[in-house]
Design a protein around this ligand. Sequence first.
Ligand code: ZN
Length: 254
Amino acid sequence: MEPNMGDRGMRHGGASYESVNYFTSTPLYAEDSYLREFNAEVVKVGPRFAVLDRTAFYPESGGQPSDTGFLVVDDREIRVRKVMVRGREIFHYLSEDVTDGIQVNGVIDWEPRYFNMRRHSGEHLLTGLFERAGAGPKVYSDLTRLEFRPSGLDEEAVRRVGAEFDEVVDANIPLTIYYTSREELEGEEDERKRSFLDKIPRALERLRMVEIPGHALTFCFGTHVRSTGEIGRLAELELKMGKRGLRTVSFVLE
Ligand SMILES: [Zn+2]
């Protein structure tokens, strides 16, 4: 990926990963969502888990599920069953114990990860389009649904958003990823951008913004496709009316 890092890009000098220095491990997935294999050193172990100095395994968070895969140790393959954030550490839950200090080769199960990247990027696009359609505050979203409350969303608006979604996919618009800071956001004239400040953990100084130019913008540390064409068109976009103005939209990609 060649995201637009601007002048504040993480490839500059010693500033690597400063946006995500929240973690004790270098989160390789944040620099390159297409990285499938990597070398790392085991820096902490426990019963069937390991922390690595760097990892391309995405830990469960933000509605995006954990990666799976394996660690190659000598000639053996040890399954990585689940990856979770524990405090500031990224824990890899394994099929067997490993030894502290050894070198490993990590391999991501690519098919489920790529499917998650497509759906998660689709979730970004839907969020932006529904926001523009006046759906009301989004209270939850994951890889299959979005919830707005209160919301006056109706069938007609959902149909329109579905058509717009497919147009943006067909236009194959590159996603843009860049970094900003609390200070910069505080000085923003755009009220919506300033509102991100309320949602971002205090401990994070550098913030990673993910934009589908013209359609969606939010802060996010997840994994994304390079361009909207990779998301693919919608096979389903369905509205459910809930109580007290809750609107749930579920989606399925082709
Ligand atoms: Zn994201």
